[in-house]
Design a protein around this ligand. Structure first.
Ligand SMILES: [Fe+2]
Ligand SMILES: [Fe+2]
Ligand SMILES: [Fe+2]
Ligand SMILES: [Fe+2]
Length: 402
């Protein structure tokens, strides 16, 4: 491994980030992954070229990325029945993806995943003017959301007859004929239905995962983490610059501590992603002005758990997942969610934790101004005395912020 490269499977990374999107507030669990499976299967069956198949897969994993962040407050149904919101999540999605080190085709697929074959979609593209992979994702998306899921909700037995009826109803209106016909032959296979079951979908995706090891360098990973930090921060006005602020502090602090350049970048990536699990926490809890109930606090406490769960799915960034997921642990063993203590909390965990606490204290919130650096450090000194955080590390931290 060269000093600035990481061997990461890009598909695995996108799939883990899609998990973050799927657990998000107001979202349907498994939607991204099942849409990706269906879209991939159609693309393969239609014999698109290898690159298009892979890009269809990548794009469908994150096709609704524009629904996270500032659009979290709307439900999936609200977004799909309102043309403005439909267009907004497409254009926001395209914008986020344009910041990622992905092929520009993928941006188009995401931008146009709600175009209709008959031209009645949000951008008014018609027929073959819509990129074929975007058309495929469109069908996969709608089939997952408005057929499969509806069926499961009422617990009915799925009949092939109604599947076919559904496809035929929208043929030549929403979806092109060739895609529909291909799909009609796919749904005949038992394997297709087995793979889509919640207990199988993850394994099924692992099998189709494009096996070429896309080596992305550390700067690419950082760009991905930055795009996600903007999404995470924009979820609530309470946190509009939280992760991005922590990333800046972490960079400065890690450099001061003498970490090598690769480690500095990795720590900054951990900072960008440390609260990715917060996509799961409802804004009503994140923004609650008063004291949280026991139950609400329990929901808050799940966010670093999800952060680690999401990031641990990607081979090659296990260390980043640890640092990001341990930011609410305390040296005295009274933190969450694992109740780790000084014996296993690492210096890197503490670098992120200190930056997180400092940023939270000093950032403006809609209902209060941020604290002055000196007052924040005073509070942190109190925390160090209670053995929440490392006193010696805090003395170093103080030097970079005061
Ligand atoms: Fe969508
Ligand atoms: Fe979708
Ligand atoms: Fe947090
Ligand atoms: Fe945080």
């Amino acid at each position: 491994m060269k000093s600035n490269t990481l061997d990461i499977k890009l598909g695995q990374l996108l799939s883990s980030l899609s998990l973050a999107l799927d657990i998000a507030e107001n979202r349907y669990f498994g939607h991204s992954r099942r849409t990706a499976y269906i879209a991939y299967t159609i693309a393969k069956e239609m014999e698109l070229n290898e690159e298009e198949i892979v890009n269809t897969y990548y794009a469908s994993l994150i096709h609704d990325i524009g629904m996270a962040g500032q659009m979290s407050k709307y439900s999936v149904t609200e977004i799909h029945f309102n043309d403005v919101l439909k267009k907004d999540h497409c254009s926001l999605g395209g914008e986020v993806v344009s910041k990622l080190p992905l092929s520009s085709d993928i941006i188009d697929y995401i931008l146009y995943h709600h175009e209709e074959w008959d031209g009645s979609g949000v951008y008014g593209l018609r027929g073959d003017d819509i990129p074929l992979p975007a058309q495929i994702i469109h069908l996969a998306d709608y089939f997952e959301l408005f057929f499969l899921r509806k069926y499961e909700e009422v617990g009915q037995n799925l009949e092939l007859k109604s599947v076919k009826e559904w496809i035929n109803t929208y043929k030549n209106k929403m979806f092109n004929e060739e895609i529909c016909d291909t799909f009609l032959s796919i749904v005949e296979r038992d394997k297709f239905w087995f793979d889509l079951q919640p207990q199988n979908i993850r394994g099924a995706l692992n099998i189709i995962e494009p096996d070429k090891n896309t080596t992305i360098d550390i700067y690419d990973l950082k760009r991905i983490s930055q795009a996600f930090s903007i999404l995470i921060d924009s979820k609530s006005p309470f946190t509009y610059e939280h992760s991005q602020g922590i990333a800046k502090i972490t960079n400065k602090f890690a450099s001061y501590l003498g970490y090598n350049p690769l480690m500095v970048q990795k720590l900054e990536i951990a900072a960008n992603l440390h609260d990715i699990g917060k996509l799961d926490v409802p804004n009503s809890i994140l923004e609650k002005p008063g004291k949280l109930s026991e139950k609400e606090f329990q929901i808050i406490k799940a966010h670093p758990y999800y952060t680690k769960l999401i990031l641990k799915q990607v081979e090659g960034i296990e260390d980043i997942a640890e640092w990001a997921g341990n930011h609410h642990e305390k040296l005295n063993g009274k933190g969450y969610p694992e109740k780790l203590d000084y014996r296993s909390i690492t210096k890197e965990d503490q670098v992120i934790a200190l930056a997180d606490i400092y940023q939270a204290l000093t950032e403006d919130r809609p209902y209060r101004r941020g604290m002055k650096p000196k007052s924040a450090i005073d509070i942190m000194m109190g925390m160090a005395k209670k053995n929440y955080i490392d006193y010696n590390l805090l003395l170093d931290f103080k030097k970079i912020v005061l």
